[in-house]
Design a protein around this ligand. Structure first.
Ligand code: ADP
Ligand code: MG
Length: 301
């Protein structure tokens, strides 16, 4: 197969591993910078141009689109879909999961456990919003944050009001969430390929920190997850429509609650902690499922 990896940087661990795993299995693998793609949009023969050439003959695309280039990156992926190229994750599914609010609404609708979450526009409703989430302690998150930046623990109601006021002053969208204190700064990263959790790790925040992100000093270790956690993770990925996903779960008193479904989960942490060949499993999944023109949406919607 001829496989394209949509990635801005061929030197990143995840990109390198996917190139390696693809070539080991005798595929032709190319890294394509989505921001260098330009497109011809016509009804019969959509084209993608890249550094002066027309991109042709690709069987599958692996999107590794960073949060900062979601808009243009998903447009490029959609163009590949219109050309009939098989996407590992579809553009529509990526867009869905990148919008935290939309993702929460979709998961809630299908009965997935989540921290109680509130969202409001008007500053007049701050007090009500804190009431409906409940408890003194709340977690307040900027909608477009990643790697723990823009995620704040307000330990008192007063602090919650101040943070909300500050975010409003910056005209930033945010959500307010029940603080799952019993998780004790730990969460689970479940790595999904197809309809299975193929690897899982537990991340523990460093002393004095509630965010378990590795970028915030969290430590990861291998973990055995329960059947309930396993089915929650696979269902969450399926609801988003993602074939490959990193589902982040907190262990709460009322069972597993999903915090986030990542559409471009990193490979470095999960492969080094679990020793599993996740990149190889991703290529294996493409080998089994790739068909020309096979998407649920064909770039629609
Ligand atoms: P990001 O997209 O920036 O990683 P997350 O929503 O994943 O944002 O939050 C970052 C970290 O903060 C999580 O990995 C988790 O450790 C902690 N956290 C987030 N929400 C909650 C919550 N409601 N209760 C307890 N801890 C939380
Ligand atoms: Mg996270």
């Amino acid at each position: 197969m001829k496989i394209g990896i949509l990635s801005r940087n061929a030197k990143l661990y995840s990109t390198r591993r996917l190139i390696e795993a693809g070539r080991e299995r005798d595929h032709e693998v190319h890294v394509i910078d989505p921001l260098r793609c330009y497109m011809k949009i016509v009804s019969h023969k959509p084209e993608i141009h890249y550094r002066g050439q027309v991109l042709e003959g690709f069987d599958a695309i692996i999107p590794r689109i960073g949060a900062s280039v979601t808009f243009y990156g998903t447009a490029v992926l959609r163009q590949f879909e219109m050309m009939g190229v098989y996407p590992l994750n579809e553009s529509v599914a990526i867009t869905r999961s990148r919008d935290k609010l939309r993702a929460h609404q979709l998961l809630a609708r299908r009965g997935i456990g989540m921290p109680v979450t509130g969202f409001a526009h008007s500053p007049d409703d701050t007090s009500d919003l804190l009431d409906l989430v409940g408890g003194d302690k709340t977690v307040i998150k900027l909608l477009e944050g990643t790697q723990g930046v823009g995620v704040v623990l307000a330990e008192t109601r007063k602090a919650g009001e101040s943070v909300i006021e500050a975010f409003r002053g910056l005209k930033a969208y945010f959500l307010v969430q029940e603080f799952i204190e019993e998780a004790k700064g730990a969460d689970l990263r479940c790595f999904i390929v197809g309809d299975k959790v193929v690897a899982a790790m537990r991340r523990q925040a460093r002393e004095g920190e509630f965010r378990s992100n590795i970028h915030r000093g969290g430590q990861a270790e291998k973990v055995r997850i329960t059947p309930e956690e396993r089915s929650t993770a696979t269902r969450a990925a399926r609801i988003m429509g993602l074939n490959v996903a990193g589902v982040d779960i907190l262990r709460s008193n009322h069972g597993p609650v999903v915090m986030e479904v990542n559409s471009s989960p990193g490979l470095e942490g999960i492969e080094s902690v679990t020793g599993r060949d996740v990149a190889g499993m991703i290529i294996g999944f493409i080998e089994k499922n790739q068909r020309a023109g096979r998407t649920k949406t064909r770039g629609q919607g």
